[in-house]
Design a protein around this ligand. Structure first.
Ligand SMILES: Nc1ncnc2c1ncn2[C@@H]1O[C@H](COP(=O)(O)OP(=O)(O)O)[C@@H](O)[C@H]1O
Ligand SMILES: [Mg+2]
Length: 355
């Protein structure tokens, strides 16, 4: 028998979905292991919601198989599918609470559908109310709650039937950064305490960084890249993956400088380089090397270093002054170290003087 943490909870094979000639999903292969938090990131219209809705068959795949909890969902009878769906909780961006019901009654709803007794319902949901930090809100109505509290209610409701899988479609997209952080912490806590498997959809890299073990990039219906999160940040392969990572780092130059950056090199200008470094390359003393080895002078305009899992990554924007052949040689050298180098433009001497 496989070890529990290696057990596959969700397996999508050759999953495709077409809507009247539009291919929303194109041959997706994906496996999510037990108690893993797997994040799917993609731009608007990439097919994220379609993908997650195919996992619980709210959307019927055009081709391919969906296996959840060892059951092939596309082959199940309606009755068996209903039972299988109960083991998959789902949360949404706009919470989808019933405004006429209290917090307690919203959370109890899925169990009422199962004709459970009042006593059994209380027994099942009181621990969830505690787990989601809603003990003092039981009798409140949704319009008396903050966004974060509403999402907590939705999470507790999604857990009511003791699911093994939680599907989250942009659950933090309507929340401010601080509340987002708390909700993502809650999801991690739930994974740890309930051994829950979470498939999470987002358009924000910060969400992936904050709580996912693995990440997949969905682009125009194709899963173009998937990896363990630390590895992904250390070795992104596709341009879209790199763009998502770059977009999650501060990269804008101070406006006073950005306004003066020229596209072409001219007399008395300095190249502005963006160095983007991951993994091993991030721990090299590169600024010192540029100064000593290539006799360049370096003006740091922007710098940010972060650690994700065990990996370090960072971005450094510098203006350089020095012999032109040395600048070219230094760029080749940096690339050889695995650092990505882009020339953002050229900044005139009087904006960033090196004298
Ligand atoms: N029910 C539907 N009928 C027709 N087209 C749809 C339907 N649902 C989604 N689409 C289309 O499929 C593509 C992917 O949509 P969606 O999965 O909602 O993307 P995302 O969640 O990544 O923004 C879009 O082009 C969208 O217009
Ligand atoms: Mg969507």
């Amino acid at each position: 028998m496989q070890k529990q943490h290696e057990e596959t909870m969700i397996a999508l094979t050759g999953l495709s979905k077409q809507y009247d000639g539009l291919t929303a999903l194109d041959s997706i292969h994906l496996q999510v292991k037990k108690a893993e938090i797997f994040g799917i990131i993609g731009k608007s219209g990439a097919g994220k919601s379609t993908l997650i809705r195919c996992v619980n068959l709210l959307e019927k795949p055009s081709q391919g198989t969906v296996i959840v909890n060892q059951q092939s969902l596309t082959t199940l009878s309606r009755h068996a599918l209903r039972a299988a769906r109960r083991k998959m909780g789902m949360i949404f961006q706009h919470f989808n609470l019933l405004s006429c019901r209290t917090v307690y009654d919203n959370i109890a709803l899925p169990l009422e559908f199962c004709n459970m007794s009042k006593k059994a319902i209380a027994h099942a949901i009181n621990p969830l109310i505690e787990l989601t930090g809603l003990s003092d809100k039981k009798s409140n109505y949704p319009n008396e709650l903050s966004g974060g509290q509403k999402q907590r209610v939705a999470i507790a409701r999604a857990l009511a039937c003791k699911p093994t899988v939680l599907l989250s479609d942009e659950a933090t997209s309507a929340l401010d950064p601080e509340t987002t952080h708390l909700i993502l912490q809650l999801l991690k806590n739930i994974r740890d305490t309930l051994n829950l498997t979470i498939l999470l959809i987002t358009h924000e890299m910060s969400v992936i960084k904050a709580c996912c073990d693995k990440v997949g990039i969905l682009d125009k219906g194709k899963l173009v890249e998937q990896n363990e999160v630390g590895e992904f940040f250390a070795h992104p392969n596709t341009p879209i993956a790199k763009n998502f990572i770059v977009s999650s780092l501060p990269q804008t130059l101070p406006a006073a400088i950005a306004d003066h950056v020229l596209v072409d090199e001219r007399l008395n200008t300095h190249p502005v380089l963006r160095l983007w470094f991951f993994g091993d390359a991030a721990t090299q003393p590169i600024v010192g090397q540029l100064i000593n080895q290539f006799k360049l002078r370096i003006n740091i305009l922007q710098a940010q270093v972060e650690s994700i899992k065990k990996h370090i990554m960072g971005i450094l924007i510098v203006a350089v002054d020095g012999d032109k052949t040395q600048v070219t040689a230094s760029i080749a050298y940096l690339k050889q170290l695995g650092i990505q180098v882009e020339v953002l433009g050229y900044v005139p001497n009087d904006i960033i003087p090196f004298a």
